[in-house]
Design a protein around this ligand. Structure first.
Ligand code: ZN
Ligand code: FE
Length: 743
């Protein structure tokens, strides 16, 4: 990968061991020629793996003895790629420890908010084109001072060939404006920000991949005000803690979670709360998205801030893409925040903070952006020239280069016009960056998705083939690709919604799948979704739908306290809609089932952000349980027994935590039961779990342990999201495999 300091590292390491020779990029990796004592060569090659820079990826080392010419020194040779095939751009890397030390000691860089070196700093977000050299980045406008230039050219130096190298005298500078007053100079601006935050105001601040809005995460009034002005429902805000000690004060952490928090990718990690932050941060949800500082600017900021934790949320209104341009930030974020802190280096590629969750010992990527993109997914077959357009929500697209799949950053919900613009803009940027033009396209089967329309237009414009991939098949294949599975598997895909081959909304799918095709083996019962999207926002409607289905229209809905509170007139209308099939499409979506249960238990009858009801249902569980409810197995999986059990428990006054755990266990039992049915008939033993529902930690862990206790081998996504953010990868693989068959 370019820009992670790998070649300079090799150079220093070889010199350390008294070896001569050269290192250079080749089409399929790095080539190192060394000449010297065999023992020294051995030690050298062992240390490559041990000491490689954090953001580099050493897949394997191959050592071949051969005659080598005479060398006086060890040096970095020019790139030898004929077709410029070394295309990997590094994702952005959090500031390293050595640079943090320089922040207080390096002459010329003391207190410099944009300090960086070969091992750290911005990469993807400042890259306009390849190869990754300073003139191709937004650092091109900054001429290096003699000190930076000397370091840049000194192979012994940590800043050797660090493209964004800069210092107080030659690099980007901070600027502050509140509309009345403009300030310059870091020492003037930082205290001002601190003053604003302490007095309960918000500040818009330019990050790596876009602007962010921040305020004191312990000041409820400040957070509520920001929420109101940003027009953001009640979706939790991510927070940044000063350091790990502060994280531990407020959140429970495991070793694995702390490793992730401090990793060079520095994502937002979903943690369980120990001590609550301001109520408006997460509205009483038992979890919070926490991160540690990743820009030197953040570290400097916390030196002057009183509060140890700030809200740091994407700078945008409502659900629009994060703002990157300075003029737009002034125009649109100033009214939200009151002041804008900027710097004069352009953001070339928009990225949000990435979000991950640790389930068991494994990582689940929920939003894949800064620190991950454009890192590829390595495959063992060619995907060159393929472009997969993704789905609709949490959209991403994916391009094929060689045998690597490169996913775009998280783009957002393509029902939002601004997100659609971002989609087009990013596709163009990736095409330029990776000299990519598609020879074949893949898209979802949904006729109304923006990405489908885009694919159709592009395919006729370019005269290339378009392959339509079923949504849940793509989910399953995305996971198979991660694990190198190229065979028939038991595929179980649970999510909110995806277009089925029968024109209905699927989402509780049990299939026999390989990367080329699938057959549907079983699915959750179809139920009406009264009002379509309206039902997604009002989970109580789904409670009605399931109860009418299993217990008839005369069921005493008001015997359930949470449903009794719903407006009488509305309830009548919804009942009529269900019974007469008015605006009530049928779905087998697991997300809607979780909605219904969450509403019945009184955890969430009205949802104010995506997946709120299932999230509250999961977070209601306070201890693992073993019991589960009955269900009706078969090609159509029925839940009459499940709902009877839940209602009975509710009547007996059983606590919600236990009911929720039993419900989750029921889904795990269904997964196990259907997997066993498939195993009996088809002798398959590998179970692939994908789809947004598997970001539910309790369900995923329970399903894995149940499956493995019966001898199954279970797989889920770790590199790309199990939610629709990973769909584009699955589409790409299906298209590649189908194409292979045609040849
Ligand atoms: Zn550094
Ligand atoms: Fe999906």
């Amino acid at each position: 990968m370019q820009g992670v300091g790998f070649r300079p590292f090799i150079c220093r390491l070889a010199t350390e061991h008294g070896l001569t020779g050269e290192v250079g990029n080749r089409t399929n990796g790095v080539s190192i020629l060394v000449r010297g004592d065999l023992k020294a060569v051995d030690r050298f090659s062992n240390e490559i793996l041990e000491k490689a820079p954090p953001a580099s990826r050493v897949k394997s080392i191959e050592i071949v003895p051969r005659p080598v010419g005479n060398y006086d020194t060890f040096f970095i040779s020019g790139s030898m790629d004929t077709a410029g095939s070394v295309t990997e751009v590094s994702p952005d890397i959090a500031v390293c420890d050595e640079c943090l030390e320089d922040l207080s000691s390096d002459r010329g860089r003391i207190g410099y908010p944009f300090i960086n070196c070969t091992n750290c700093g911005p990469r993807f977000t400042i890259t306009e084109s390849l190869p990754y050299d300073r003139p191709n980045t937004s650092m091109k406008h900054f001429e290096m001072c003699p000190k930076c230039s000397a370091e840049y050219h000194d192979i012994e130096d940590r800043r050797f060939h660090a493209q964004p190298v800069a210092c107080n005298s030659c690099g980007p500078e901070l600027a502050y404006s509140d509309g009345r007053e403009d300030l310059t100079g870091t020492e003037t601006i930082l205290p001002r920000i601190s003053q604003e935050i302490s007095s309960g105001r918000s500040v818009a601040i330019k990050g790596l991949g876009g602007y962010f809005l921040m305020c004191d995460a312990l000041n409820d009034q400040a957070v509520s005000e920001l929420r109101k002005r940003k027009q953001r429902d009640s979706k939790p805000f991510a927070v940044m803690f000063r350091d790990m000690t502060e994280v531990r004060k407020y959140c429970f952490t495991t070793v694995r979670e702390e490793d992730e928090l401090i990793s060079w990718r520095r994502p937002v990690v979903i943690l369980r709360m120990k001590v609550p932050l301001a109520m408006a941060v997460n509205n009483g949800l038992g979890t919070a998205g926490a991160m540690l500082p990743y820009m030197p600017l953040h570290y400097l900021l916390f030196r002057s801030l009183e509060t140890p934790v700030i809200v740091l949320t994407s700078g945008n209104l409502s659900d629009e893409p994060i703002i990157t341009r300075d003029d737009e930030a002034i125009a649109r974020l100033m009214p939200v925040a009151g002041s804008v802190v900027s710097y004069n280096r352009e953001i070339c590629n928009r990225t949000d903070d990435s979000v991950v969750k640790i389930i068991g010992k494994d990582i689940a990527v929920i939003r894949r952006s800064r620190g991950y993109v454009p890192g590829p997914v390595d495959l063992d077959f060619p995907v060159e020239g393929l472009l997969a357009m993704g789905a609709e929500q949490k959209s991403t697209f994916c391009i094929g280069k060689g045998s690597q799949a490169i996913l775009s950053q998280h783009i957002g919900d393509l029902k939002n016009p601004a997100a659609c613009d971002f989609y087009g803009e990013s596709l163009e940027r990736f095409s330029n960056l990776f000299s990519f033009s598609p020879g074949c396209l893949a898209c979802d089967m949904h006729p109304d998705y923006f990405s489908t329309g885009y694919a159709e237009r592009l395919s006729s414009e370019l005269g290339v083939k378009l392959i339509r991939v079923q949504h849940h098949h793509a989910h399953i294949v995305s996971c198979m690709a991660e694990h190198g599975l190229d065979e028939k598997v038991i595929g179980i895909s649970l999510d909110g919604t995806g277009y089925g081959t029968d024109g209905r909304i699927w989402g509780g799918e049990f299939m026999i799948a390989d990367p080329v095709s699938f057959s549907r083996f079983a699915h959750f019962d179809y139920v009406p979704v009264p009002g379509g999207d309206a039902a997604v926002a009002e989970p109580w409607r789904m409670a009605y739908s399931y109860l009418v289905k299993y217990f008839g229209p005369d069921f005493d809905f008001d015997s359930i306290p949470s449903l009794k509170r719903i407006d009488k007139g509305k309830k009548e209308v919804v009942k009529v809609m269900i019974l007469n099939g008015i605006n009530s499409p049928l779905t087998s979506g697991a997300g809607r089932l979780f909605d219904a249960v969450s509403a019945i238990l009184g955890l969430c009858t009205h949802s104010s952000f995506d997946s709120e009801a299932p999230m509250r249902l999961e977070s209601a569980i306070d201890h693992a349980a073993d019991e589960s409810y009955p269900f009706t197995p078969g090609q159509t999986i029925g839940f009459e027994g499940t709902f009877s059990g839940i209602l009975e428990d509710l009547r007996r006054g059983e606590d919600i935590a236990a009911i929720s755990a039993r419900f989750h266990n029921t889904i795990a039992e269904i997964i196990l039961h259907i997997a066993m049915m498939i195993r009996e008939m088809h002798t398959l033993n590998r179970v692939v779990l994908s789809g947004g529902v598997f970001q539910n930690g309790y369900l995923l862990e329970r399903s894995f342990s149940r499956l493995e206790s019966e001898g199954f081998k279970a797989f889920t996504n770790h590199l790309v999201p199990a939610n629709d953010g990973g769909i584009s990868l699955g589409q790409l693989i299906v298209a590649a495999k189908q194409n292979e068959l045609c040849v």
